[in-house]
Design a protein around this ligand. Structure first.
Ligand code: SF4
Ligand code: SF4
Length: 141
């Protein structure tokens, strides 16, 4: 009797190793170069130009006028990297991080540069302003 081609493939595969990656018991499949994972932000580099706010199609980025920086709600990000491409000072970049599942959409990992961080930045700006003013007063005329 002739063995049908499908059956011979099935029988052949029965004796091969499984071609699966049993994550989380093993490491996840490595990401390729240029992978677009979680967005990252360098607050010190940011010049507050707002270009990222204008190009973001998902309303992730919000301008904070008091500190002339931006804040993010990454739970809405669609990983398009348009903000990264438009930023003139490279203050934004996509990381390799992709394990972002959470039960809390407001968790800190998805909402940085907000709340206490903004307040701290405000305090820092205020201190810099005071230091400049006192340096001006003390400068010889
Ligand atoms: S990657 Fe795209 S969706 Fe995410 S913050 Fe940047 S512009 Fe918005
Ligand atoms: S585009 Fe870059 S420099 Fe401009 S506000 Fe966004 S992060 Fe800051």
């Amino acid at each position: 009797m002739k063995v049908p081609p499908t059956l011979s493939t099935v029988l052949g595969n029965l004796f091969k190793k499984p071609a699966t990656n049993p994550f989380p018991e093993s490491e996840p499949v490595p990401v390729p170069e240029g992978f677009r994972g979680k967005l990252n932000y360098d607050v010190e580099k940011c010049v507050g130009c707002r270009l990222c706010v204008m190009v973001c199609p998902a309303g992730v980025i919000e301008y904070v006028p008091e500190v002339r920086k931006v804040t993010f709600w990454l739970g809405r990000c669609v990983f398009c990297a348009q903000c990264v491409d438009v930023c003139p000072v490279s203050a934004l970049w996509m990381s390799d991080e992709f394990l972002l599942a959470t039960t809390d959409k407001y968790e800190d990992n998805l909402m940085w540069f907000h709340g206490e961080e903004i307040e701290e930045f405000k305090r820092k700006l205020e201190e810099q302003k005071k230091a400049k003013e006192s340096a001006k007063k003390e400068a010889p005329k």
